[in-house]
Design a binder for this molecule. Sequence first.
Ligand SMILES: Cc1cc2nc3c(=O)[nH]c(=O)nc-3n(C[C@H](O)[C@H](O)[C@H](O)COP(=O)(O)OP(=O)(O)OC[C@H]3O[C@@H](n4cnc5c(N)ncnc54)[C@H](O)[C@@H]3O)c2cc1C
Length: 523
Amino acid sequence: MTDTRNIIDARACSDEALQAIGSDVLIVGSGAAACAMATRLLAEGLKVTLLETGDNLVNSDSSPFFEIANQEPFGLSFQIGGATNLWSGRVAPLEDVDLTSGNDWPLERAELDGYYQQAIELLQLKPIGAIDQVPAYDGGSRPWREFVSDPAVSVKRFQWSRPAFNGQDYLKALAGKNPDLTIVYNCRVLQVLPTAAGDRVGAVRAAIGEGRTVELSAPEFVLCAGGLENPRIMLNSRQGGFLANDNIGRFFSTHPKANVGRIHLFKTVKTAGPLFSDHKSGSSSLRFGVGVRKGQKRDQLNHYVQFSPRFESIGLKLLEHAQHVVAAGEGGDRPQSTLRRRLTSALAVVGQVAFNVIGKMGLLGPGGSILVVRGFFDQHPNAEHRVELSDARDPHGLPKGVVRWSLTEDDQASIREFLDELSGLLLRHNIGKLISTLPPAGKPWDITGIHSHFMGTTRMGRSADMSVIDRDGRVHGVDNLYAAGASVFTSYGYANPVLTVMALAMLTADKICQRHKTKAGNP
Ligand SMILES: Cc1cc2nc3c(=O)[nH]c(=O)nc-3n(C[C@H](O)[C@H](O)[C@H](O)COP(=O)(O)OP(=O)(O)OC[C@H]3O[C@@H](n4cnc5c(N)ncnc54)[C@H](O)[C@@H]3O)c2cc1C
């Protein structure tokens, strides 16, 4: 990679040179959250440094740092830009019900509107209001028209970031234009270190290669290291009463997804609309799904399904296999070879192109008589689903993380109930018969795909009893430590996380700017 004055390989820099960079805010990580956070902070004139463990190539091998035995592989990349080098670009906001149905968020959905708009602008997408105006179905079939306007049907509207926003390209361009941004790569943050009083962070301890560590300080620190590493860094930083909060690492979730059935249609339908295939609408590309509305019940989960023509479904299965290859890594404590990392980087780009093509496959046939039903599921927040420390050690001698997660009986029951309701609605509107392919009760569910939405592990809330950070994104009880990313989600909903990750990171960035200005006596 070609370094510039403000894109720096930590291995080529002395400790003194790194310590002399000088910034108002040190951000750990450079993925979706860090991109949004840095953008806002720089716009307000703050000096920002990103400390990134990876370099410019995909590195999905989490095995040196996490135990993932008996689980599906993790989709992540320790790389400049993080998982935005792999993501598919599907975007939607959280709904009101996600923040209200007994979920303890300290924010109202309306408070996020302005930040969603900023995230939409960063991703160069259409405003949410404009997408809400697009008809869910305007084809020739009366049953489908009536189905989508049934008050019990909740149409889930997604747009695609196409080509998918890439954090690495974005940050390199931003650093090229803005000398107040410094990106230090090959720099893995191990711990945040408290000051003697224990109520603030004084520095982060970072590893540069094996055997060399350096302490870097700044007035404010933000963890944007993803839903697995944010809690692991905090857990590995505990000393005395510092970061003793028992909620760190808890309430993990990961949006289980899988094909869950087929609809045998009573009458074929043209698959050219956004309900059945990727659909161009002006400068946007759209795809819609279907949930059911049950009123604002306290324990309501917000699932949805996507209807896929069979061509598309086969293409998606093949792509998922390829994503397994990228995510699987080599295992063990050996670093991946550069050749393998170059290959997986190339595969990630090919995968994103393939994804765009697959979305159009619904258009291949004149009409479909069978639709594959792909489910994307919400989960009940569960304190026992967690990232915790194991007895095994990482290459820097710190405890690895271990992820404990399952699809509980309550979650499974909610998914079955949802599919039953959907099945009833499809019959009532004379559309077709939904044949579930879910396993019988008591049998294991093959329902995860890859884990790629790591949510909840440093959740937001009103008090330290139930959460790790407050409504500003600041860690309870620690004056200058913040967290951003999907780890701050209090509940999960159905929406893929990036839009909310960016919106919340921008909200937190504003709070940091306000504090900075107040401290500088310059409100
Ligand atoms: C295959 C795939 C498809 C996806 N598709 C979608 C989609 O269509 N829509 C959507 O909304 N979401 C999607 N996602 C999820 C989305 O990419 C993530 O939710 C999002 O990137 C999370 O942002 P983040 O900044 O919290 O974490 P990340 O983007 O993972 O960034 C974390 C960063 O921190 C760095 N880091 C980690 N540990 C350390 C450390 N100790 N020190 C220094 N740096 C560290 C990492 O290298 C990385 O750069 C997908 C993910 C995958 C893997």
